[in-house]
Design a protein around this ligand. Structure first.
Ligand code: ACO
Length: 324
């Protein structure tokens, strides 16, 4: 028998305020038409004033626990991916721990920007495989609107706020790639590409939070190539290929990146979960949000093979292969 980390529950939360593309037309020189055709985004949610990343994360975590039929007392650890923590410290995960009333175990944040959920899930999987924990809440949560320069049309229209969460649980399974759970992971970073996507502030430099800076066009070209490569590497590690894929759950940055990656993998768009039109790019929250929406829609069936992949600031990127 082999220890595997299986997804037992998934949930999400979106702030109430929905911001349509037309809202930006009065702020910067842009149009609903440009945003739709270049990105696939139609609307996104923005957190209300005073609404924090940990609050979004806590709502998503509660929804995932409910979906799993578990109580917070069943959870041994929280791993939370975010680029927009409530405070510089402590970890936002500990604030969620407190808000959930969880009084044991441990909680920490992971910072890999838009690839954050892939890195968080890989870490949580490793905690389970090493026998340290039985059940982990893995959360991706962002108030990315707080990092936007609302005068920069090239970035302000792209991002949104939200949170998604999964409950991972240890299972003893056969050890073949027919098992449920996480079958393989593939992670990468390349710090040389920092200028492509970064925030121009921080505690040890400017002492401010800063705003997003992006060379979108260069990033776009790298994204499709790297996402396809990492998805193939993860599939190869699991002894599987493109033909075995039931669903791609991609990071939701741009519909053209999603389509380009699916095309290179030979997976038709009917087998790709797409929520970018409703959420925009919610960074680390985008994959668990998409997973939760697909689950609520009844698309994901037990035994389905899922590839999930993301790229973001760093650059950092990676993919996971899992069976639902
Ligand atoms: N409205 C109207 N025009 C715009 C806007 C806007 N909101 N933004 C940029 N433009 C203009 C540019 O100024 C440029 O004008 P110019 O030709 O007069 O100089 C023109 O549109 C073309 O700009 P490009 O950047 O070449 O446009 P492109 O087709 O590459 O689309 C986009 C831009 C959507 C940002 C695209 O490059 C992209 O999606 N890149 C990847 C970004 C991404 O995925 N980031 C996130 C990944 S990592 C993470 O999730 C944090």
């Amino acid at each position: 028998m082999t220890r595997r980390a299986v997804i037992r529950g998934v949930g999400h939360y979106l702030p109430e305020r929905v911001v349509p593309n037309s809202w930006f037309e009065s702020i910067v020189d842009t149009s609903d038409e440009w945003i739709r055709t270049r990105t696939g985004i139609e609307r996104r949610h923005f957190a209300a004033e005073g609404e924090t990343t940990s609050q979004l994360a806590t709502r998503a975590a509660r929804a995932a626990l409910e979906d799993a039929g578990m109580e917070v007392g069943d959870i041994d650890a929280i791993v939370l991916a975010t680029t927009t923590p409530d405070l510089t410290f402590p970890a936002t995960a500990t604030m969620v721990q407190r808000a959930l009333g969880m009084t044991r175990g441990f909680a920490f944040d992971v910072q890999a920007v838009c690839a954050g959920f892939i890195f968080a899930l890989t870490n949580a999987n490793a905690l389970i495989l090493s026998g340290q924990v039985e059940r982990v809440l893995v959360i991706g949560a962002e108030t990315f609107s707080r990092l936007l320069d609302m005068n920069d049309r090239a970035t302000c229209v792209l991002f949104g706020d939200g949170a998604g969460a999964v409950v991972l649980e240890a299972r003893a399974l056969s050890g073949t790639n027919a098992d449920r759970g996480i079958l393989a992971a593939d992670l990468h970073s390349d710090g040389r590409d920092r200028e492509m996507l970064y925030v121009d502030g921080g505690p040890s430099t400017t002492g401010t939070t800063g705003v997003v800076k992006m060379l979108g066009n260069q990033l776009f070209r790298k994204a499709v190539e790297r996402l396809t490569e990492t998805a193939h590497r993860a599939l190869g590690k699991a002894g599987l290929s493109d033909n075995d894929v039931d669903w791609i759950i991609p990071h939701q940055a741009n519909i053209r990146i999603i389509q380009g990656t699916a095309k290179r993998m030979g997976v038709p768009m009917e087998r790709v979960i797409v929520t970018v039109q409703d959420h925009g790019n919610t960074s680390a929250a985008s994959i668990p949000l998409a997973m939760s929406v697909a689950h609520r829609q009844g698309k994901l069936r037990q035994g389905d093979l899922i590839v999930t992949e993301a790229i973001g600031g760093g650059l950092s990127w990676g993919a996971l292969v899992l069976r639902w």
